[in-house]
Design a protein around this ligand. Structure first.
Ligand code: HEM
Length: 134
C-alpha cells in the first residue's frame, strides 16, 4: 500500500508540470482574448478543456495519495499543517481553474477566466511551496 502511494505521489509530483504549462498557456491566451476583445475560438475551448482535465487528474492523484497515507500512516497524516494547506489551497485552485463562465459575454468571459486563472496560479504556487517546494 505504501509502495502504491509512493508511485502515485511520484506521478502527482511530475504531473504538476503538465498542470503548470497548461495553466500558464491558458492564462496568457485568456489575457490576450480579454485585451484584444477577440472572439472565443476552438483553441480557447480546447485549452480550457485540457486544463480542466489536467487539474482533475492531479486532484484524483492527490486524493488517492491522501487516502492511502491516512490508511497506512493514520489520521495523524492529515493533521499536518503542510498537508492541510496543500490540499485546501489546491482544492480552491482546482475549482478556480475549472470555472467556465460560459453564460457571460465573450470579453467578460475572457476577463473572468484571466482573473480566476491568476488566482489559481497564486494558490498552486503557495500550495506546492509548503510540501517540499518547487
Ligand atoms: C486538491 C488537489 C490536491 C490534493 C488532494 C493533493 C494532495 C497531495 C498530497 C497528500 C501530497 C503529499 C504531501 C506530503 O505527504 O507531504 C501532495 C504532494 C504534492 N503535490 Fe499535491 N495535491 C493536490 C493538488 C496539487 C496540485 C494542483 C499540484 C501542482 C500543480 C500539486 C503538486 C504537488 C507536489 C509537487 C507535491 C510534492 C511531491 C513530492 O514530495 O515529491 N498538488 N499532494
Amino acid at each position: 500500500m505504501q509502495a502504491l502511494s509512493n508511485i502515485l505521489l511520484l506521478i502527482h509530483s511530475y504531473w504538476r508540470w503538465v498542470v503548470v504549462v497548461l495553466l500558464l498557456v491558458t492564462f496568457i491566451k485568456m489575457l490576450i482574448g480579454w485585451v484584444s476583445r477577440s472572439g472565443w475560438g476552438d483553441l480557447d475551448t480546447n485549452l480550457t478543456k485540457w486544463l480542466g482535465m489536467s487539474l482533475g487528474i492531479q486532484f484524483l492523484l492527490g486524493l488517492l495519495v491522501l487516502i492511502l497515507n491516512v490508511v497506512t500512516v493514520g489520521t495523524a497524516y492529515i493533521q499536518s499543517a503542510a498537508v492541510i494547506e496543500h490540499t485546501v489551497s489546491n482544492f480552491i485552485a482546482v475549482i478556480l481553474g475549472s470555472l467556465s463562465f460560459k453564460r457571460a459575454p465573450v470579453t467578460t468571459r475572457f476577463r473572468n477566466k484571466t482573473i480566476a486563472l491568476l488566482l489559481a496560479v497564486v494558490f498552486i504556487y503557495r500550495a506546492v511551496a509548503v510540501v517540499g517546494g518547487w
